[in-house]
Design a binder for this molecule. Structure first.
Ligand SMILES: *[C@@H]1O[C@H](CO)[C@@H](O)[C@H](O)[C@H]1NC(C)=O
Ligand SMILES: *[C@@H]1O[C@H](CO)[C@@H](O)[C@H](O)[C@H]1NC(C)=O
Ligand SMILES: *[C@@H]1O[C@H](CO)[C@@H](O)[C@H](O)[C@H]1NC(C)=O
Ligand SMILES: *[C@@H]1O[C@H](CO)[C@@H](O)[C@H](O)[C@H]1NC(C)=O
Length: 423
């Protein structure tokens, strides 16, 4: 049986909801290896509130609205100028603005060149929208636009990946100084650009909402979908612009709470809760987050879900060994990538309807990202993986992006959105 058929024939069936989770269990095995794990010190002793899921069922399945997943959610392009999602990757000789040795803030695992990735072609592709022009990234313009401001990246390691790309791009014009760091693995950091009195920071918050990450004692995440995570919310008073980027952590086993009631769970082996998957709760997390931001005079960018490119086992030699982008029509956004991206677009559009002067935009990169199987570290997540010959098995990162690499384009598009905000 083809993997696709249940998606098409039974748009509302349970089968359609559950089949993808079985597939993503495999992807999860790969992804688990790529994320650093949380400290265990902040765990509360236990969670006591439980209830029948039926009591709060309505929160996850609004009866009157059509399923968002049946329609590819389109933004109102007219007011935004250009539909940059309609386009292709074209070869471009100019290449990246920075290189891996000149930029000091690239996380090791994404510093592909310094880890011996031999091919260079992946650096020479430029995203070309079909109907409009995407200007090259100009670091001075970016810094001008956020002069005297604080830009915060909030989310998981993909948020950090985009932040590190931005720091490298900006560093070609002005030197960032690290002024704050906290948490293991530098989960919380802040840089200052003296030239423009700009702060750029990163907050680790892989669910956006309040959550307790899994540990050895509790092998599943606990998410409180009605409250935002205080690690970033406490600083809202000093943040002028935010980039939100999450997704992959929602694949993990989890129990979901809303107003202290159990909504259900995901991969809830042996627990007496209803499997609710993670699409609806993912949307709910954005709903809660955007509601918290709506009256705050904070500009918000939501970077949409970034597809992974594992083929076969995560530790096979071919896991993501492509060296070229896909052709324009070679891949379609589908399955989980499609559902996650749609949840985000839905919530962004709902929030925009609710508050007209809220500067909020989706940075809709899911399709651009999908077309770049060549942009991941793969085995070069570790230095020189083939220095002692070619092993049978090698760990691969097919989730994050090499720096420099395709993710620099996310920031190029973000600058374009910000330029139009300021017109
Ligand atoms: C990287 O960039 C720096 C500064 O622009 C330059 O001096 C250096 O030669 C570059 N290195 C490589 C390997 O291209
Ligand atoms: C940047 O951060 C420093 C240290 O937290 C703070 O004193 C300063 O006011 C911030 N500047 C801006 C523009 O946010
Ligand atoms: C599971 O929950 C249902 C509904 O609350 C209850 O009727 C049933 O007895 C529970 N089963 C177990 C094994 O606890
Ligand atoms: C959140 O969800 C509610 C209920 O579906 C909806 O009415 C509201 O517009 C959403 N708010 C935001 C900010 O997305």
């Amino acid at each position: 049986m083809g993997i696709q058929s249940p998606f098409k024939d039974h748009p509302h069936s349970l089968r359609r909801k559950l089949l993808p989770y079985a597939l993503y269990a495999l992807l999860l095995i790969a992804i688990v290896h790529l994320y650093f794990f949380p400290s265990l010190t902040s765990l509360p002793s236990s969670t006591t509130t439980t209830t029948t899921p039926a009591a709060v069922d309505h929160l996850l399945t609004p009866k009157s609205t059509p399923s968002p997943s049946t329609v590819f959610v389109e933004e109102e392009r007219k007011t935004n100028g250009c539909d940059y999602t309609d386009g292709k990757w074209v070869y471009d000789q100019i290449g990246p603005l920075y290189n891996s040795t000149a930029c000091g803030t690239i996380k090791d695992g994404q510093n592909c060149a310094s880890h011996g990735r031999p091919d260079m072609d992946y650096l020479y592709w430029r995203w070309k929208p079909n109907k409009c022009h995407l200007p090259r990234f100009d670091p001075n313009t970016f810094l001008q636009l956020i002069r005297d401001k604080h830009l915060a990246f909030v989310g998981d390691s993909i948020a950090r990946n985009q932040l590190e790309s931005l720091l490298c791009l900006l560093a070609t014009a002005s030197t960032p100084n690290l002024i704050f760091t906290s948490g293991e693995d530098n989960k919380f950091r802040k840089w200052h650009f003296a030239s423009h009195n700009v702060n750029v920071s990163v907050y680790w918050s892989p669910f956006l909402v309040k959550g307790i990450e899994k540990s050895e004692e509790t092998p599943y995440n606990r998410l409180y979908l009605d409250s935002v995570n205080d690690v970033w919310a406490k600083d809202l008073g000093e943040i002028d612009m935010m980039v939100l980027s999450i997704g992959h952590w929602y694949l993990h086993p989890a129990v979901f709470y809303y107003n202290d009631l159990v909504l259900g769970c995901h991969f809830c082996d042996g627990k007496n809760f209803t499997e609710v998957g993670f699409y609806d709760v993912f949307g709910k997390a954005f709903n809660t987050t955007l509601k918290a931001l709506i009256d705050r005079r904070i500009d918000v960018i939501v970077t949409t879900f970034s597809p992974a490119h594992f083929e076969g086992d995560w530790d096979s030699l071919e896991a993501c060994s492509k060296t070229k982008p896909f052709e324009e029509n070679e891949r379609k956004l589908e399955g989980m990538d499609y559902e996650m991206r749609n949840q985000e677009m839905e919530q962004v559009m709902a929030a925009k309807k609710n508050a007209k002067d809220f500067r909020l935009e989706a940075l809709d990169v899911s399709r651009l990202a999908l077309m770049r199987p060549d942009g991941h570290p793969g085995p070069y997540m570790y230095p020189f993986p083939f220095a002692n010959g070619i092993p049978e098995r090698v760990p691969n990162d097919c989730v994050h992006w090499c720096l420099p690499g395709p993710i620099d384009t996310w920031n190029e598009i973000m600058l374009d959105i910000m330029t139009r905000w300021n017109l």
